[in-house]
Design a protein around this ligand. Structure first.
Ligand SMILES: [Zn+2]
Ligand SMILES: [Zn+2]
Length: 398
């Protein structure tokens, strides 16, 4: 990169790092990210960048036109803007000023990176086409990406491909993880009700005991992962709530409610898991003369990178950060990410940027995501701005 571009990058990184600290001090959760939304709009206005507010309440889409637009093509970058219901104890000078709320997943960093990318691309414009920057609310369970898509995001902004990153405290700074295929899991919720026949605990022959039936179901559900799904595929079924009884020791209750989560890395496995859970719940309950029902709620889709875009991104990252920094073989995370919704609609790539500082064991950058002592590592800001800009120039060549 020429020196004048390096200087530009450094000055932009400095400016958006200050935005990052302001965002960190003023966190808000799903669809209430008014402070972030106003700050983004203020900066884009100051820099003369076109944008549209009102996507999924607090979301914003910014558009930057290349030096040429004759290609008719565009690419999209997504940054999430929401925080979490966590009380911060990081001790950093820019710690949260909002009781009980915290940017503990680094979305303040992702937002600032997207702002920096907007500024950098609007100053350089070394591309032919358009870039759309999706400032997305409500990643942490609120499904902001789904909502923007439902509101017509890709009809109005029909990008060829879409990109996002996540900071990764579990890997040292300098690690860049890029791979084709699944990188984050789907996250679904299950709600099971077993209805038997309640009665006196000393007269079980007069009852249909839903606790015994539900126990059998909990154990049998584990055979789906072990016996039905291909061992080369990954999946998790966890029952996390088992609710029954009145507190009395001499009453067999009428019903039991089970709740849990299902994680998979592709939709075929997901379909199989849902079908088998239903068969086990209904079948075992029926075998004992009870009734079993399943409500299966599909939340986030798995985040699946398209091989072509992942490979192009890995080449770009090798050029920018060095061959040794780029890792294409690593285990996907069982966590979920609603950027997966965008990758169900468009080709693209979700990249992991290590942010740990192992030489400084007390660094807040080493604490895991959603930990009260976590803090985003500002050193990632210029790296990811240059990565997003390089993707733009590669995908939309002049
Ligand atoms: Zn998170
Ligand atoms: Zn996150």
């Amino acid at each position: 990169m020429p020196t004048n571009q390096n200087n530009l990058l450094a000055s932009i990184a400095e400016e958006v790092t200050q935005c990052r600290h302001k965002l960190h001090q003023n966190p808000a959760t799903s669809y209430e990210e008014v402070f972030a939304s106003n700050l983004i709009a203020e900066k884009l206005t100051e820099w003369g960048i076109e944008f549209e507010r009102g996507w999924a309440e607090t979301g914003i889409v910014a558009t930057i036109h290349g030096q040429e637009t004759s290609s008719g093509k565009s690419v999209g970058f997504r940054g999430d803007i929401d925080a979490l219901d966590i009380t911060e104890s990081s001790g950093v000078t820019h710690a949260s000023c909002v009781p009980g709320k915290m940017h503990a997943c680094g979305h303040d960093g992702h937002t600032s990176i997207l702002l920096g990318t907007a500024k950098y691309l609007s100053e350089t414009r070394n591309f032919n086409g358009k870039v759309h920057l999706f400032f997305q609310p409500a990643e942490e369970g609120g499904g902001g990406a789904y909502r923007m898509i439902e509101e017509g995001l890709f009809d109005k902004y029909p990008v060829e491909s879409v990109y996002a990153i996540h900071n990764w405290p579990y890997a040292p700074r300098g690690f860049v993880g890029i791979k084709g295929g699944p990188i984050m899991a789907s996250s679904d919720e299950i709600f099971i009700t077993i209805t038997g026949k309640g009665g006196h605990a000393a007269m079980p022959h007069e009852c249909i005991d839903p606790i015994v039936i539900a126990s059998e179901i909990v154990l049998s559900l584990q055979t789906i992962v072990g016996r039905t799904i291909d061992p080369a595929e990954s999946s998790v079924i966890s029952i996390t709530n088992f609710n029954a009884g009145t507190g009395a020791t001499n009453i067999i209750p009428t019903d039991v409610k089970l709740e849990g989560t299902v994680r998979t890395f592709n939709n075929k496995v997901r379909d199989t898991v849902e079908k088998r859970i239903r068969e086990i719940v209904e079948g075992i309950a029926h075998a004992h003369g009870a009734k079993g029902t399943l409500e299966y709620i599909r939340n986030y889709d798995p985040t699946i990178n398209t091989p072509e875009q992942a490979s192009l991104c890995a080449d770009i990252a090798r050029t920018l950060f060095g061959v040794e920094s780029v890792h294409t073989e690593f285990a996907p995370s069982m966590g979920a990410e609603d950027f997966g919704a965008m990758l169900q609609k468009k080709p693209g790539c979700y990249t992991i940027f290590g942010q740990g500082e192992p030489q400084d064991p007390d660094s807040p950058h080493n604490f895991g995501l959603h930990h009260p002592r976590y803090d985003f590592n500002d050193k990632l800001i210029p790296s990811v701005i240059s990565y997003f800009s390089a993707i733009t120039e590669k995908m939309l060549p002049l």
